[in-house]
Design a protein around this ligand. Structure first.
Ligand SMILES: Nc1ncnc2c1ncn2[C@@H]1O[C@H](COP(=O)(O)OP(=O)(O)O)[C@@H](O)[C@H]1O
Ligand SMILES: [Mg+2]
Length: 166
């Protein structure tokens, strides 16, 4: 199996993390899925806010921790934002119509996506956020699952050079 392409970034503020999300949005198209992982407070919702902004969402993006799912309208596509933290069984996501959501012309952003890995499509972008000792820094690791991300990786790396102030 080929190694999955990976890219590691770091940010020093919530705004920088949102800017990465906004830039990353340019890479997303219909039926793309982004799975975000990381501890509470790592910045998953913050990154989603940036992604949503980049996709043209104008209303405020709030954490769907209690509602499990929220839908937004982007400029081109609807965006589903899920947070499966409180989920007790995989079946709860199935009952929510997760398969139908994946079948739509939409972009799907999932916090704690690793909890439902078995239900994710073959192709998705994995975003792992970690809190190193030297907070407020966040480490943001992007990895592409599936061939369509391998094909897009060079462009993603190019874009990323403008997000990262080294
Ligand atoms: N570099 C950073 N990136 C993201 N969030 C940061 C950063 N530095 C500080 N923060 C703060 O950390 C918190 C992250 O919260 P949130 O995005 O809701 O995390 P999660 O959804 O992973 O639980 C926010 O209060 C945000 O302002
Ligand atoms: Mg969150």
């Amino acid at each position: 199996m080929p190694m999955e392409p990976r890219l590691v970034l770091s940010t020093g503020s919530a705004e920088e993390t949102q800017n990465i999300g906004e830039g990353l949005a340019q890479m997303l198209g219909s039926r793309d899925v982004v799975s975000l992982t990381g501890d509470l407070g790592a910045g998953k919702t913050t990154l989603v806010q940036g992604l949503a902004r980049g996709l043209g969402v104008t209303e405020p993006v709030l954490s769907p921790t209690f509602t499990l799912i929220r839908e937004y309208q982007g400029t081109v596509l609807p965006i589903y934002h899920l947070d499966v933290y409180r989920l007790e069984r995989l079946q709860d996501v199935v009952d929510l119509g997760f398969d139908e959501i994946l079948d739509q012309e939409a972009i799907v952003l999932i916090e704690w996506g690793d909890a439902i890995e078995a239900l994710l499509p073959q192709t998705y972008l994995q975003v792992e956020l970690t809190l190193p000792e030297e907070r407020p820094t966040r480490r943001i690791s992007l990895s592409g699952r599936g061939p369509s991300w391998a094909a897009r990786w060079e462009r993603l790396e190019q874009l990323a050079t403008s997000w990262q102030k080294v």
